[in-house]
Design a protein around this ligand. Structure first.
Ligand code: ZN
Length: 442
């Protein structure tokens, strides 16, 4: 399929870099104690830098970004609850979800009643540890299985959270693949969740896979900008620091929860745009069930990219939808919940979406009026209905030649003909090679 599958090594990259295995990297990243800020985010980006020369940005605590302020940096060294006999019942070393994210330091003996005000459990899922944070209200807390909490009947417990909450910086990563034009596609993933596999890590590793795949292609029309940032405040920080260049973003996707085996879900951008059409077209011609969702101002960072005064055409690509699956924001969202085959399906689908955006061109006929004689140009090799080499049918050629009037793009024609974009793209290449089409540059 032309440029879409043209895989050619790039001279200078990646030379000597490790082979990238999405599932292996996901497992490596899983135990890291990530949060909105701090060393877990830096360590995560350092792992990714082994494969891709991601630029790391540090933005100081207190920096004003639109209506928000970059918060204090949080780092956790240890957290435990011990009973009156000194036995450790809860230890963040076993699972970093045990600590309320952004807990301030605390140490001492507290009554069970006092401790209860700082305990988070899920009575409906008694064996799961919930994921909870308190970024903007300073407090401390522990998250544990409800089944464990129900066995804790001592009068007092010793709690110890050894953390730093102090001036530092917010960290995010950025990687840009330039195109021949100024226009860019934005791919954004959040990197602030600790040991959660689908919500967070699946988006990170698929974005990495996509970046590495696009790097191997010989040239691009559209630039590709990848952002690895903490949710909400990270996206707001990036937007505030790049406001002057936002008009270059012609399409964008937030990727999250794309490692489970459920159907795809795509949440449209606020204003409706080419990215929405490209995703829906690819999903409609794929084999995996999918559901389209209209924009709403809740969810992941698409709400920042689609916020007033920003209005970027950015949708959200998911499989499982936040808040609707039992593993969501619990210790059940682990490496077993994510499947290598599901990550690969997500990568292939996103790669096809990028291919549509990259190759959705407008052509007009170069050969005059009427239907051209295809046989004379070597384009009538097959009986009507049979496929030419590359999967192009006679009908595909006729659709492209009939509809290319200088106003309709290949995606317009693919939608009208109800055939996969890549077939009309391949047909357009055959026609252009036969001097039947010329591209109309906007
Ligand atoms: Zn989440």
């Amino acid at each position: 399929m032309g440029d879409c599958t043209a895989i050619r090594p790039v001279a200078n990259w990646p030379r000597g870099s490790e082979a990238f295995d999405m599932m292996a990297v996901l497992r490596e990243l899983f135990p890291i104690t990530r949060s909105l800020t701090g060393y877990g985010v830096r360590q995560t980006l350092a792992v990714l830098q082994r494969f891709l020369p991601i630029t790391i940005h540090e933005v100081a605590t207190g920096t004003q970004v639109f209506d928000w302020t970059v918060p204090k940096e949080w780092n956790l060294r240890s957290a435990t609850i011990r009973d009156s006999r000194g036995r450790t019942l809860v230890d963040a070393k076993d699972n970093n979800l045990h600590v309320l994210g952004y807990s301030c330091p605390v140490t001492g003996t507290v009554s069970r009643d006092e401790l209860a005000a700082h305990i988070h459990t899920l009575p409906d899922q008694p064996d799961a540890i919930p994921y909870r944070t308190s970024y903007y209200v300073e407090q401390w807390g522990f998250c544990l299985p409800d089944a464990l909490w129900k066995t804790m009947h001592d009068e007092s417990y010793h709690v110890d959270i050894d953390s730093d909450l102090s001036d530092g910086s917010l960290t995010y990563g950025e990687f840009f693949i330039p195109g021949d034009t100024q226009a860019e596609i934005l791919i954004s993933v959040h990197i602030c969740h600790p040991s959660l596999a689908n919500d967070n890590l699946s988006g990170i590793v698929v974005a990495m896979g996509l970046a590495l795949e696009c790097l191997r292609q010989p040239s691009r029309r559209l630039g590709l900008r990848f952002l690895f940032l903490p949710a909400t405040i990270g996206a707001i920080t990036w937007l505030a620091r790049n406001e002057a260049a936002l008009s270059k973003i012609s399409h964008g996707l937030v990727l999250t929860c794309i490692g489970d085996t459920g159907p795809f879900h795509y949440k449209r951008s606020n204003t409706g745009s080419g990215i929405d059409r490209a995703v829906e077209h690819v999903l409609a011609h794929g084999t995996i069930p999918y559901q389209m969702m209209d924009f709403s101002p809740y969810g992941y960072d698409e709400r920042q990219y689609n916020s007033p005064g920003i209005n970027l055409p950015v949708g959200c690509f998911m499989r499982a939808v936040h808040g609707t699956f039992t593993q969501y924001h619990t210790s059940l969202d682990n490496c077993d919940f994510v499947k290598a085959g599901a990550l690969e399906e997500s990568l292939r689908t996103l790669s096809a979406v990028i291919c549509v955006l990259e190759n959705d061109r407008v052509f007009c006929r170069a050969d005059g009026r009427g239907e051209p004689q295809l046989g004379r140009r070597g384009l009538y090799r097959a009986t009507a209905g049979q496929k030419e080499a590359g999967g192009v049918s006679q009908m595909d050629l006729l659709w492209v030649l009939n509809q290319s009037d200088g106003t309709r793009s290949l995606l317009d024609i693919a939608e009208r003909a109800n055939v996969p974009f890549e077939r009309l793209y391949a047909a357009s290449r055959l026609c252009a090679d036969a001097d039947l089409l010329t591209e109309v540059l906007s």
